[in-house]
Design a protein around this ligand. Structure first.
Ligand SMILES: *Cc1c(COP(=O)(O)O)cnc(C)c1O
Length: 454
């Protein structure tokens, strides 16, 4: 066995590593690990020389392709100047530029940037800041959070508590704070004859009832605008965000927008909130922030929130949260290079053409499939809901692990897909070509045919 072969790396991995979101026993038999040697554009290459099209942007982080030359160059330059410095008491040019650019790009009123190192950390910060803001303002009873059914906000205990995906959450329930869960405006759950717009209004009416009764004890509502990504790529009408903003404002409750997955152009606009023309009180960003290069996150908020913490030291009401790598200069440099690419390559306008192609292709290939109940798309995300019975929408049982069969089949045919539950989705880097979209979608079709056969 060559020491640099897939097999050699797999064996070494299984001896010492524990992978995220994985039953490790699967890797011994049904699901060989994939050792990747290099990446370029949408392609990854494994240690045996096989190429894989990264159809899910390496878990939704990669925007402009792997090993993008301009981002690489920016990182090399920053590496020679300053790889890291603590961010308490110190500052640096890359963080300043990034904060200035994010404040200019974000929905109006979000002019303060608090840096951290992961999406989950950003959620913890928004939750703590919202709570703490109300404490500092003398509204000590506002301690609870409202979350949407089927939402996902990360894995640390606070983030897990405000999320609603049972698979990740159930076992930890004794450790989690109690939250209020309201129905999701999810368009897949429309009643017969109901439009997504009507569904959004109905879900908002439910939320209004909860806030009308309990706003005195509620700090914030948290939402993933437009697409619940980990919750099987479920999408909703932007009307819900408009109504949500209005309801929160009227009841004096914060709105936390978790755009960790959907920010940076994924839904077609730079930020999903723009499609409803709203500004949240907190905007959480990570994943695409560094275009898939480095772990980094940021919470943007308003001067009003900031003002509740700004005081004499002796008042002891500052926000004393910190992470060792907050504001890391390399992360900032990657983020700045990514934002420059958005401008130089007119990425959002190029994506409109690509998204239209993706839409047409996915519908052409899947819309009439006997095991497909729904095809949906929002910006550069397309999803295919596969079911046992198209008419009743009865899903396949989870024990059948059809999505594992799809994942494996696609891997063997050169495409990295990782279905969520009974949903195949495409979330490719923005540098994918129309021909690569066609390839990715047709391999997915073969994989689905294969998976429903046995
Ligand atoms: C991925 C994700 C998170 C968590 O981010 P991590 O960096 O994995 O901690 C939170 N919210 C949403 C919507 C996400 O997709």
């Amino acid at each position: 066995m060559s020491p640099s072969s897939n097999a050699a790396l797999r064996a070494r991995d299984l001896a010492h590593v524990w992978h995220p979101c994985t039953q490790m026993k699967d890797h011994e038999r049904d699901l060989p690990l994939v050792p990747i040697r290099s990446g370029r554009g949408v392609w990854l290459t494994d240690h045996d020389g096989h190429r894989l099209l990264d159809a899910i942007s390496s878990w939704w982080v990669n925007l402009h392709g792997h090993a993008e030359p301009r981002i690489n160059a920016a990182l090399h330059a920053q590496l020679d100047a300053l790889p890291h410095v603590m961010f308490a008491g110190f500052t640096h040019e890359p963080a300043l530029q990034l904060a200035e650019q994010l404040a200019a790009l974000a929905p109006p009123g979000l002019s303060r940037c608090f840096f951290a190192d992961s999406g989950s950390a950003a959620i913890e910060i928004a939750v703590k800041m919202s709570f703490h803001h109300w404490q500092n303002r003398g509204r000590g009873r506002k301690t609870r959070f409202v979350t949407l059914a089927n939402s996902y906000h990360g894995e640390t205990l606070g983030a897990l508590a405000v999320g609603n995906v049972e698979l990740y959450k159930a076992i930890y329930r004794p450790l989690l704070m109690d939250v209020i869960t309201v129905p999701s405006p999810d368009a897949y759950l429309c009643e017969p004859g109901e439009t997504p717009l009507e569904r959004a209004r109905r879900a908002a009416a439910e939320l209004e009832r909860v806030l009308a009764a309990q706003a005195e004890e509620i700090a914030a509502v948290i939402i993933e605008p437009l697409v619940q990504c980990a919750g099987n790529m479920r999408m909703h009408d932007a009307e819900y965000l408009r109504l949500l903003r209005d309801i929160c404002t009227r009841h004096e409750v914060h709105l936390i927008a978790d755009e960790i997955a959907v920010g940076f152009g994924r839904t077609g606009t730079m930020f999903a909130c723009e499609q409803a023309d709203i500004s949240p009180d907190f905007l959480c960003l990570s994943k695409g922030l560094t275009a898939g290069y480095l772990p980094m996150s940021v919470v943007l908020t308003s001067e009003t929130i900031y003002g509740a913490f700004y005081d004499e030291y002796a008042k002891l009401n500052a926000f004393l949260h910190s992470h060792s790598y907050a504001g890391n200069p390399l992360g900032c440099a990657a983020a700045l290079a990514s934002l420059a690419i958005f401008r130089e390559d007119a990425v959002l306008s190029r994506n409109r053409t690509l998204a239209a192609h993706l839409d047409a292709k996915v519908r052409e290939i899947f819309a009439d499939h006997a095991h497909v109940a729904d095809v949906r798309r929002c910006g550069m995300i397309a999803a295919v809901e596969f079911v046992r019975d198209r008419k009743t929408r009865e899903p396949f049982g989870w024990r059948e692990r059809r999505s594992l069969a799809i994942h494996r089949h696609a891997l063997e045919h050169g495409v990295l897909l990782r279905p969520l539950g009974n949903v195949i989705y495409f979330m490719p880097p923005y540098v994918i070509t129309p021909a690569e979209i066609d390839l990715m979608v047709s391999v997915a079709r073969e994989a689905l045919d294969h998976a429903v056969r046995h």
